[in-house]
Write a protein that binds this ligand. Structure first.
Ligand SMILES: Nc1ncnc2c1ncn2[C@@H]1O[C@H](COP(=O)(O)OP(=O)(O)OP(=O)(O)O)[C@@H](O)[C@H]1O
Length: 343
């Protein structure tokens, strides 16, 4: 396959295994977001792919070539580290050109010209044309990240790894840079792996999301799959806001504290369901209802309504909350099929 294959990779620090049996595939042009709590093994996995940390077992394959035992510079894998990590004493052009082949004595002039052309091309690509002579300290945080990306792309790698590349940026800049980077990586047809803590970022930018819990791949799937049908309650709680309710399943539906709920897949017996706040409809109660509004957190486009009731603390997202007040009695209904977890 063209792109990246990680096949049953394990990694250790000393005797402690921190990555266990991880397998993922990323075709060229695709972006895989690796999501997980702190200490879950995300950065270590990235370092194994980049060749900065040895794999204790398994294989890393880039564009069909097994690179597991090659040094970082011979893998065809580019890395955009956290906060760019540019060389402060080199100007932007030199930072970008750093990873390109050094000229040899017999072809120095020709290679130098080719390097300069490639650097100009990359500056253009990341929207920094004309800034080649500046020092990193003369750039904004977002511009520095663009330089780090250009540096990673310079040798035309098959794979680019991005380790929390937007974490130091403010929200507005972060989402615009993220969208630009996504388009650029697809245009360049590299296989990209992005490590992030930010669930919304992973769901927004990725073709596929891999959730790592305790060094293991808990689930890999499209953003919709991991959000709507998480493999476990733990994955569901990590990927987004989750309301977990006790349930008694009977085929295609289950009985819960908020009434009868449709299930995505049939289930039977005692267990739990996982519901997203936007799947819960809260309406002013027409009859007696045991549910009352605890408070409403106004949130612009979507406000959160928190509801107390017997056996359930509910959060619901709503566009308008004009008809609701704290203390009101309300009816609560789950308005979409949800996943059920037995046991
Ligand atoms: N150099 C090291 N020596 C020993 N243990 C380490 C080292 N680096 C990381 N670890 C441990 O390995 C585990 C995985 O760390 P890793 O940095 O891969 O997790 P992570 O998911 O990237 O976390 P974060 O989101 O906080 O960056 C953690 O328990 C961490 O303490």
């Amino acid at each position: 396959m063209n792109g990246l294959t990680v096949d049953k990779v394990c990694a250790r620090y000393g005797r402690t295994e921190v990555v266990t049996d991880v397998s993922v595939e990323v075709p060229r042009g695709d972006l895989l977001a690796v999501l997980g709590p702190s200490g879950g093994g995300k950065t270590t996995l990235l370092r194994v792919i980049a060749g900065l940390h040895p794999a204790a077992a398994g294989r890393v394959v880039a564009d069909g070539r097994t690179v597991t035992d090659l040094p970082p510079e011979r893998r065809g894998v580019g890395l955009v580290p956290q906060e760019g990590a540019l060389f402060p004493h080199l100007d932007v052009a030199r930072n970008i050109g750093y990873g390109l082949t050094r000229p040899t004595w017999d072809s120095r002039v020709r290679q130098r010209a080719a390097r300069a052309r490639r650097v100009e091309e990359l500056l253009d690509l990341v929207g920094l044309a004309g800034m080649g002579r500046r020092k990193p300290s003369e750039l904004s945080g977002g511009q520095q990240q663009r330089v780090a990306l250009a540096r990673a792309l310079a040798p035309r790698p098959a794979v680019v790894l991005l380790d929390e590349p937007f974490s130091a940026l403010d929200a507005g800049l972060r989402s615009s840079l993220r969208a630009d980077v996504r388009v650029l990586l697809r245009e360049q047809q590299v296989a990209a792996v992005l490590v992030t803590h930010d669930q919304a970022e992973a769901l927004a930018i990725a073709d596929r999301v891999a959730v790592m819990l305790d060094g293991r791949l808990a689930q890999a799937g499209t953003p919709e799959e991991v959000y709507r049908t998480p493999a476990s309650i733990a994955v569901g709680e990590f990927v987004g806001e989750a309301i977990v309710l006790d349930a008694e399943a009977e085929g295609d539906h289950a009985h819960t504290a908020v009434g009868k709920v449709q299930l995505i897949a049939p289930g039977r017996g005692t267990g739990r369901i996982l519901v997203r706040p936007e799947q819960i409809a809260v309406e002013p109660a027409l009859d007696d209802s045991p549910f009352t509004i605890r408070d409403i957190a106004f949130g612009g486009a979507h406000s959160e309504v928190r509801v107390d009731g017997p056996g359930a603390a509910i959060r619901s997202l709503r566009g308008s909350v004009d008809d609701l007040r704290a203390g009101d009695a309300v009816s609560v209904r789950v308005c979409a099929p949800v996943p059920f977890y037995a046991g």
